[in-house]
Design a protein around this ligand. Structure first.
Ligand code: HEM
Length: 316
């Protein structure tokens, strides 16, 4: 996973990282965002119909080992699971194709993102940082939301507390170009759907959850039976926008099943593994290419810079 060649992207990535530090404080050894999490292992089994979409290596073989990380939002590693800011939850999946060869999916539990570009995103972070409780209305964040409808829609969208991290759906949000063995390319977006169905608490119930409820629950659940998710790809129509994470496609677009992820166990050294692993929002594998979405290169740079910093941190 290389840093982008474009120095402006790397500079923006560093500035966004610094803005996360300002918002959440420094927590050496943890992620700047999605800091609280847990890692599990398992395998991916491709669905037969997946080959119609892509000849990616994990789709062309019977089974691929995976490593997955569930996470809470924010850069606060001790954030209680009962706090609304813990939503949306994250799910990152690494398909281990060979030693040191892998491709990842990074997803979160809402089919939306507040901004189309990184420049808008840093503006939003700065506006949030400048909108403390003592700041009179209209606060900078209110002004930002008033002039950015996608950000307003993201903030206002329901983000309920899942009963379990295994009863939540996750969305890749950015589009990728999927190419099959015949050379046909279609754009699509990931949807990761729980076999256990979607189940949520009311906000009142969510606010009463224990500090580490979701992570204790998922560990308990996987110790009894495997946890399964179907990985689907929502396929774009010819007129759909494929380079804008804030754009929504009609629900009538077809869904192609890529396969099933089965998680079998929590990694015994989850904390050390989380510190080390750096998920890549760009697939970088045959059959799945990045779209022109400007967030992709930027995120790849941020996750790498943040990951290098995390790896270099000395244990507390
Ligand atoms: C401007 C856009 C974005 C920025 C600046 C951003 C920023 C970050 C940062 C700084 C991290 C921590 C990286 C690390 O230390 O490893 C992170 C992780 C993460 N982000 Fe984003 N993000 C963006 C968009 C998204 C989108 C669109 C999604 C959902 C599809 C997403 C889901 C996640 C998840 C799940 C993680 C945790 C990954 C893991 O477990 O290692 N982010 N993000």
């Amino acid at each position: 996973m290389p840093l982008p060649n474009d120095e402006r992207v790397v500079d923006l990535a560093n500035r966004i990282l610094a803005q996360f530090d300002t918002l959440f404080g420094l927590h050496p050894g943890f992620r700047a965002a999605h800091a609280k999490g847990l890692m599990l292992t398992g395998s991916f089994t491709a669905a037969p119909e997946a080959l119609s979409l892509t000849n990616a290596p994990h789709v062309s073989r019977p089974s691929t080992p995976v490593t997955a990380r569930f996470s809470n939002s924010t850069g606060l590693p001790m954030l209680p699971d009962s706090v609304a800011d813990a939503n949306p939850r994250g799910l990152a999946i690494r398909f281990n194709l060979a030693e040191h060869v892998h491709t990842d999916i990074v997803s979160h539990s809402i089919d939306a993102f507040p901004t189309r570009t990184g420049d808008e995103f840093i503006e939003l972070l700065k506006a949030i940082g400048a909108s403390g409780p003592d700041v009179p209305s209209p606060k900078p964040v209110e002004v930002f939301l008033g002039s950015h409808p996608a950000a307003l829609a993201f903030v206002q969208a329901p983000k309920p507390f899942p009963v379990s991290l295994a009863t939540e759906s996750y969305f890749g949000v950015t589009a990728f170009a999927f190419t099959n063995a015949q050379g046909e390319t279609k754009y699509g977006r990931y949807r990761i759907v729980p076999e256990a169905g979607e189940h949520f608490f009311s906000d009142e119930e969510g606010a009463k959850l224990a500090q580490d409820y979701h992570y204790d629950e998922i560990a308990e659940r996987v110790s009894k039976a495997p946890i399964r998710f179907r990985i689907l790809v929502q396929v774009a129509g010819p007129e759909d926008t494929v380079d804008d994470a804030t754009a929504h496609w009609p629900e009538s677009r077809p869904l192609v099943e890529l396969g099933v992820v089965e998680l079998n166990a929590v990694l015994p050294d989850s904390l050390a593994q989380q510190k080390h692993i750096i998920f890549d929002p760009i697939p970088r594998c045959e059959g799945i290419e990045a779209s022109a979405d400007p967030l992709l290169e930027l995120r790849a740079a941020i996750y790498l810079l943040s990951g290098r910093r995390r790896r270099a941190a000395q244990p507390a």
